[in-house]
Design a protein around this ligand. Structure first.
Ligand SMILES: C[S@@+](CC[C@H](N)C(=O)[O-])C[C@H]1O[C@@H](n2cnc3c(N)ncnc32)[C@H](O)[C@@H]1O
Length: 377
């Protein structure tokens, strides 16, 4: 299988610098930060490592073609030039996502349809097979992006979005994406040795992601990826890499990772998730009201939390009391701690009574505009 050359790793808006730093730590040097991701040049081992090890990424795309596409025929001919038998075998299924901007071809569904037709026609001519379309879980996802009449064609090497690590079975009420939670943990400056405390832990996203970071456990270690089903995939070499990463995992040891939530059902859900993540014997979750947060004095801890915003969980007026009480508990018991709070509502954050934060970062949490606010108490 030829080596992929031009790769683009996607991430949530605002996460690009953290993704870039992660790629740097994988020793990937020819990188370029762009809006919504980072591009780089690399070989198959880089693709594998990016999929297995990046905590803040969403997908790893490999560019397979770039050509002029001012009309449907040019698009069709450009797609036909790619050798699709590299990615599709007899059992394969296919989905195409079209995007178009500032171009003659501006109908994204039409673009997707035309690309799909060209791929299927090529395979039928060469092999007699016609792959079927599966919009939900295809073995190959193709992205066709047309900008100013130039089409960039990419194949998605990841398959399911990389935020799906496999541990989350129960959602909680307003769960954070795993990739975003990891980015926020990195942004908070948590050093992976300090106690990590989440008094509004919900389904346990910060706890699992933090524990896996501290254990050096690759987030994709036990999941599958699209490229594993492609013809010519070197399964033996990939299995060896997985084994190397498994051998790297360290126990959490004495490090403290703790969470609480006031809702007993959510606590049960978090415990279930921790069990699936292999963490039930080293990460503790309990039922507690964040207004009674009273961690041990003198801990140099990191509080990393995402209290309810009022949009999805409950109403703002009721929540003001919760934020006031939580702020009081922090002032009383968390002297010397670092506190990072993901806030989707600045009025609520102010109700903690903490001073205006010196550090903040704007971030998109799905469709919500949020801010990560940090204090050194
Ligand atoms: C936005 S969700 C947290 C989501 C979490 N980060 C996750 O990824 O699943 C807020 C959580 O705060 C909990 N909560 C609400 N009021 C609380 C209180 N007074 N004390 C502790 N937890 C509370 C809710 O039950 C909910 O699970």
């Amino acid at each position: 299988m030829p080596s992929p050359q031009n790769l683009f790793v996607t991430c949530a808006p605002g996460v690009e610098p953290f993704l870039d730093a992660e790629l740097e730590s994988l020793r990937i040097s020819k990188r370029e930060r762009q809006v919504g991701g980072v591009s780089f040049e690399g070989g198959w081992r880089d693709v594998w490592r990016a999929n297995l090890e990046l905590r803040t990424a969403i997908r790893v795309l490999s560019r397979v073609g770039r050509f002029q596409a001012r009309n449907a025929d040019e698009l069709y001919r450009g797609v036909m030039k790619v050798d699709w038998s590299r990615f599709l075998g007899p059992e394969s299924t296919l989905a195409v996502r079209g995007q178009a901007r500032d171009s003659e071809l501006d109908h994204t569904l039409f673009v997707a349809q035309r690309v799909k037709d060209a791929v299927c026609d090529q395979l039928r001519e060469r092999t007699g097979l016609r792959p079927s379309v599966d919009k939900n879980s295809p073995t190959l996802r193709i992205h066709a992006h047309i900008f100013k009449d130039r089409c960039t064609l990419s194949v998605d090497t990841s398959g399911d979005s990389l935020h799906r690590r496999g541990w989350r079975e129960i959602q909680g009420r307003a769960p954070l994406s795993e990739s975003l939670a990891s980015a926020l943990l990195i942004a908070s400056g948590w050093d992976k040795r300090q106690p990590l405390l989440d008094p509004f832990c919900g389904s346990g996203t910060f706890l699992v992601e933090g524990a896996w970071m501290a254990m050096d456990r690759a987030p994709g270690l036990e999941r599958s990826f699209a490229f594993e089903g492609w013809p010519g995939h070197d399964a033996a070499a990939f299995a060896k890499l997985r084994e190397e990463l498994r051998a790297r995992v360290k126990p959490l040891g004495k490090r403290v990772i703790w969470g609480a939530d006031s809702d007993p059902e959510i606590v049960e859900a978090a415990q279930h998730n921790l069990e699936r993540a292999g963490l039930s014997d080293c990460v503790r979750v309990e039922r507690a009201d964040a207004r009674a947060f009273a961690p041990r004095h003198g801990w140099n801890a990191q509080v990393m939390t995402n209290p309810p915003f009022g949009e999805r969980v409950s109403e703002e007026r009721k929540l003001i009391k919760v934020y006031e009480g939580f702020g009081e508990a922090l002032r009383e018991h968390a002297g010397g701690f670092r506190v990072s709070l993901l806030s989707g509502n600045i009025n609520l954050a102010r109700s903690t009574g903490l001073p205006n934060p010196k550090e903040w970062m704007d971030i998109k949490n799905g469709a919500l505009d949020c801010r990560l606010l940090s204090w050194q108490l």
